[in-house]
Design a protein around this ligand. Structure first.
Ligand SMILES: NC(=O)c1ccc[n+]([C@@H]2O[C@H](COP(=O)([O-])OP(=O)(O)OC[C@H]3O[C@@H](n4cnc5c(N)ncnc54)[C@H](OP(=O)(O)O)[C@@H]3O)[C@@H](O)[C@H]2O)c1
Length: 275
């Protein structure tokens, strides 16, 4: 039988050092945690590696935890990746990042049944990770560094798009620094076969974002919708200015990530200032 030998010095292997990776790198350097990372083109000293239908794990080192940051759209590919890595490098703890799309119920916590109609092809591979005692982290809207919610507001300039935001109002976010802390906590206190929702435990109000960062044209459309669209009228209410309505508050989180933060003994630290 082939002998597998692996060093136990490498703690985390990041498959896909993208946007989340920059926050992980900062945290790992600060905490002196040995890690390795891949990108598809091998830039900045990363290991060049791509996941293909028949995964080649030979360029990858062994690490205690392997974090997959990108969507894997095939259960078979995921199965092969885990099987080959385990056979050639050794057993490890798998973590895969995902989105909160499949938690469509209001409210939702990590135990709420998933909504497969909202899946964009990630679920089968995630089930494979869980079957292999891994962890799926369902992240809410990611912000930080080059991703600033202030810059997202301008995208919603048509009545239909604005209506969607007015009817829901809640915006769930988590900052990259807190995502990195959350991933490190999962690595350090690994629990088999779990899904966790990760938000910053709050919900921001889209109406406030439009009020503070939107254009006059967007506010005019919102006021038009409020007057002429019964659904919007009902959602916003007919009394007071938009500012009065925002100040009244009442936007509650739909996604509940309390169990994640409580279980790992952490608190989110970075919150968005809408000013
Ligand atoms: N944007 C949001 O608000 C949001 C919200 C919730 C969850 N998420 C999810 O959170 C996760 C992390 O997001 P992110 O913004 O950090 O992702 P990202 O910046 O796109 O980084 C993904 C990384 O994976 C690599 N990659 C992609 N496909 C690959 C493949 N087939 N083989 C090997 N490497 C591959 C990319 O390589 P290259 O660097 O070479 O391109 C990149 O380094 C994603 O799964 C995303 O869907 C995003």
């Amino acid at each position: 039988m082939q002998q597998i030998s692996f060093s136990d010095s490498l703690k985390i292997l990041i498959l896909g050092l993208g946007w989340t990776g920059q926050f992980l790198q900062d945290l790992f350097v600060e905490q002196n945690i040995a890690y390795a990372a891949t990108t598809r083109d091998g830039r900045n000293g990363t290991i060049p590696w791509s996941l293909t239908a028949s995964p080649d794990v030979s360029p990858l080192p062994w690490a205690n935890t392997v974090l997959i940051t990108f969507p894997v759209l095939s259960a078979d590919t995921m199965h092969q990746l885990i099987e080959k890595y385990t056979a050639e490098k050794g057993p490890t703890n798998w973590i895969i990042l995902s989105s909160t799309r499949v938690y469509s119920a209001d409210p939702s916590n990590r135990h709420t049944p998933l909504d497969p109609s909202k899946d964009n092809g990630r679920l089968p591979a995630e089930y494979e990770v869980i079957k292999n005692n891994g962890t799926v982290l369902h992240l809410s809207g990611l912000w930080g560094a080059q991703r600033q919610p202030k810059n997202w507001v301008g995208r919603f300039n048509k009545p239909e798009a604005l209506k969607g935001k007015i009817l829901t109002r809640q915006l769930h976010l988590v900052h990259g620094k807190d995502v990195a802390r959350a991933i490190l906590a999962v690595h350090q206190n690994f629990k088999s076969g779990e899904r966790w929702i990760i938000t910053d435990r709050t919900a921001y109000d889209w109406l406030k974002l439009f009020l503070v960062w939107g254009s006059q044209e967007q506010l005019d459309i919102i006021n038009e919708l409020r007057k002429n669209d019964p659904e919007c009228g009902k959602a916003i209410g007919s009394h007071g200015t938009l500012k009065d309505i925002v100040e009244k508050g009442g936007v509650k989180p739909r996604l509940d990530s309390d169990e994640f933060w409580d279980t790992f003994g952490l608190e989110p630290k970075v919150f968005l200032d809408v000013v």
